[in-house]
Design a protein around this ligand. Structure first.
Ligand SMILES: Nc1ncnc2c1ncn2[C@@H]1O[C@H](COP(=O)(O)OP(=O)(O)O)[C@@H](O)[C@H]1O
Ligand SMILES: [Mg+2]
Length: 425
């Protein structure tokens, strides 16, 4: 077959040839990572040399594959195969799946958002050959334990299938934070199985002028952001704890969420922070906030009533003050409960918050926004490294956020445990 022109950026030449088990494409936004990886895989899957190879494409949220990885891969097929695309490829959209009609090689799409999706990954089977390659797009969204599950899928002898096959996991991502586990695990060490790659939008010859101008604007207005999204360097966001948030105007009605809770960190000299939080498709929505200083519990309850906080949903509170919890219960917030504190629970709650794809903050919740954009890790003055502990300053709404996810966090842990007991692991 005569392939049409798939053009490549020179910077990815070695990356595309690399056969090491782990290859990581770190880079600025628009550096050409996704297009490159999609084209690379389409060429390989359509090649008889790699007959028996199959790819699992993973994003944290399964549903986000459709408009990203699936769109990139089908786009690559149309660029490379032109009019012959459908002759050579079977592209199914429900569920997402792509198969090369000649080689039989297959592309499967999955997420690792919750225990159910992770179990689904463990039971993937391919029509022929072996699962050989995994592409993790926006890999910084994943937990290290998610990648461990994926890594486990690539094993067994391949030589009997096809001696040209090899196992490989491909990561693509923007280097959002220098404290990310991906940096520690793959970039801060030298290992014969690891190939790391760096690219910026300046390496992408297909980028247009307007994009360059936008990047220059960002450089002026948001130098830290430019380092990550413009230069592809590890984010020195100054030790910020949460960067996965967006401030927006959105519908806060009860019905649109899978689940809703109130959460509260008590305070008097510090702020008393109360929030109403919705959960939907793995994301979190801060819908309402009440943030006041030097008010007693009676006054705060009255303000909360006036602001329309819901009484029939659970309210996760600071457990240090059981008397206040009782007052809230008597005032009609019957499901007010203290959040159990254990060693390490702050860190575990933060880890949970960090892996939420997006924490949406309603634009009316100005104090939550004010806190989240300056909530930082402590720094060791001697070594200049960030510690695993948040700075205890302006963190009352952040405590409220930590409490709000407690049910979900504990349930997801419990589910994994009970599945393990049943022998699903
Ligand atoms: N090999 C390529 N051929 C044609 N266009 C490309 C190529 N690589 C990148 N581009 C263009 O550059 C844009 C950004 O590339 P993309 O792969 O999405 O960047 P990244 O994933 O690094 O953010 C794409 O939308 C596409 O228009
Ligand atoms: Mg991309």
């Amino acid at each position: 077959m005569k392939k049409t022109k798939a053009e490549f950026n020179a910077i990815f030449k070695e990356f595309n040839r690399c056969k090491k088990r782990y290859r990581l494409a770190k880079g600025s936004a628009g550096s050409g990572k996704s297009v490159n990886i999609a084209q690379d895989y389409i060429l390989k899957l359509g090649d008889m040399k790699y007959k028996g190879a199959n790819i699992l494409v993973v994003r944290k949220i399964e549903g986000s594959n459709k408009d990203s990885t699936y769109a990139e891969l089908t786009g690559a097929i149309f660029r490379i195969y032109g009019e012959l695309a459908y002759l050579y490829w079977d592209m199914k959209s429900n569920p997402l799946e792509i198969i090369n009609r000649v080689t039989g090689n297959q592309i499967i799409f999955r997420g690792v958002q919750d225990a159910r999706q992770r179990e689904k990954v463990k039971s993937i089977t391919v029509k022929q050959g072996k699962l050989t390659w995994i592409w993790i797009e926006e890999a910084t969204e994943l937990f290290e334990s998610d990648v461990d599950i994926l890594d486990d899928r690539l094993r067994g002898d391949l030589s009997g299938v096809n001696p040209d096959l090899y196992y490989q996991i491909t990561f693509s991502f923007n280097p959002v934070s220098a404290t990310h586990w991906i940096k520690a695990k793959y970039f801060d060490i030298e290992h014969p199985d690891v190939f790391t790659h760096q690219s910026t939008y300046l390496d992408n010859r297909f980028i247009d002028e307007a994009y360059h101008r936008r990047m220059l604007m960002r450089k002026e207005r948001d130098p830290d952001g430019y380092r990550v999204y413009g230069l592809g360097d590890w984010g020195e966001t100054g030790g910020l704890i949460l960067t996965n948030y967006k401030v927006e105007d959105f519908d806060i009605s009860y019905g649109r969420f899978n689940n809703m809770v109130n959460a509260q960190d008590f305070g008097f000299n510090h702020a008393n922070a109360l929030g109403e939080i919705g959960f939907k498709d793995g994301c979190m929505y801060v819908c309402r906030e009440l943030y006041v200083f030097e008010k007693d519990t009676g006054e705060i309850i009255e303000l909360a009533n006036r602001k329309g906080f819901r009484k029939n949903i659970p309210m996760h509170c600071d457990s240090a003050e059981p008397d206040r919890i009782k007052m809230w219960q008597s005032a009609g917030y019957r499901r007010a409960r203290g959040v159990k504190k254990e060693p390490g629970s702050v860190k575990a709650q933060i880890d949970y918050l960090k892996q939420i794809p997006t924490i949406y903050i309603h634009e009316s919740c100005v104090n939550t926004y004010k806190e989240i954009r300056q909530w930082k890790w402590k720094k060791d003055e001697k070594t200049n490294l960030y510690l695993d502990e948040p700075i205890e300053f302006m963190d009352d709404a952040m405590a409220m956020l930590r409490y709000s996810i407690e049910d979900i966090r504990r349930n997801s842990k419990a589910k994994v445990r009970s599945k393990a007991k049943l022998g699903f692991n």
